[in-house]
Design a protein around this ligand. Structure first.
Ligand SMILES: C[S@@+](CC[C@H](N)C(=O)[O-])C[C@H]1O[C@@H](n2cnc3c(N)ncnc32)[C@H](O)[C@@H]1O
Length: 258
């Protein structure tokens, strides 16, 4: 964990960042944000079946943004209760309000305003987790609201990506940072945090999940599809064919864990 910043400063910086970047984010990634894709490698939930049939259950999406994923679930499983939680009101405002079983919730993933054992599935697509320093705190919250044997599935930047610069070209294929750097942060001229992304290693994810009462069911490192030519941010066919950009972990709350 990063001792230089408190969870509150991380959340405040990210709320302001995502509020100000919401329109830009949606303008830049229209295809990715048009349906339930787990990652820029465009792995669709229809093929991946990581959540499967959620009919009649309660599903919570962490860091949903405009909730292209939660809204896809709501459309395909109309008897499910889908809650889309995000820290940024402006990201939530980008969601069309035409999917009845979808309920937006403006809150911090570190303090879920939901009852214990009230949710069947929690998932996240690059939402909240990369922006939270204290994984043990957020995993404890997820474990608290999940029913025993409930599923927790999330996609994040692959931890090995941290050693390379944020550059999709051949120039970016050189080691630039330590795998063990704990965060990427930006401050304004007054030294106030304006953007904060946490770097969690693979063992951070696994060990904190196990400590919070989860068992790991599956890990996926999606390969870059041959027919995908998009380049955005650090993602590109060049990099995608050499090393993974995304890590997806599927876990389940242990039956005896309350
Ligand atoms: C990269 S966007 C991903 C949004 C959406 N899942 C998608 O795939 O488009 C990250 C989202 O996480 C949200 N976020 C960051 N920190 C959070 C926190 N502590 N609690 C809840 N949401 C958070 C941001 O507001 C932002 O909407």
């Amino acid at each position: 964990m990063n001792s230089r910043f408190t969870p509150a400063t991380f959340s405040a910086a990210n709320r302001a960042w995502w509020d100000s970047d919401a329109v830009n984010y949606h303008t830049q990634h229209p295809e990715y944000l048009s349906s339930f894709y787990w990652c820029p490698e465009m792995l669709h939930e229809r093929e991946a079946q990581l959540l499967g049939d959620v009919s009649g259950t309660t599903v919570l999406e962490l860091g949903c943004g405009s909730a292209p994923c939660g809204r896809w679930l709501a459309e395909h499983f109309p008897t499910a209760r889908i809650i889309g939680l995000d820290l940024s009101m402006e990201m939530l405002r980008c969601a069309p309000l035409d999917h009845a079983p979808f309920r937006p919730l403006h809150a911090d993933a570190l303090a879920l305003p939901l009852q214990d054992n009230s949710v069947d599935t929690v998932f996240s697509v690059f939402g909240a987790l990369p922006f939270i320093d204290d994984l043990s705190a957020v995993f404890a919250e997820v474990s608290r609201v999940l029913r025993p044997q409930g599923r927790f599935v999330f996609s994040v930047n692959h931890p090995m990506r941290w050693i390379f610069a944020d550059d999709p070209s051949a120039e970016g294929l050189h080691v630039a940072y330590s795998y063990f750097d704990d965060a990427y942060t930006e401050a304004n001229e007054r030294g106030e945090l304006v953007y904060a992304e946490s770097h969690h290693t693979l063992s951070d994810y696994i060990n904190h999940l196990v400590a919070a009462g989860f068992s790991i069911r599956r890990m996926i490192e999606p390969e870059w599809p041959d027919n995908l030519t998009t380049t955005w941010g650090q993602w590109s066919p060049l990099r995608g064919h050499v090393f993974p950009g995304t890590l997806i972990i599927s876990a389940a709350k242990e039956p005896g864990c309350m």
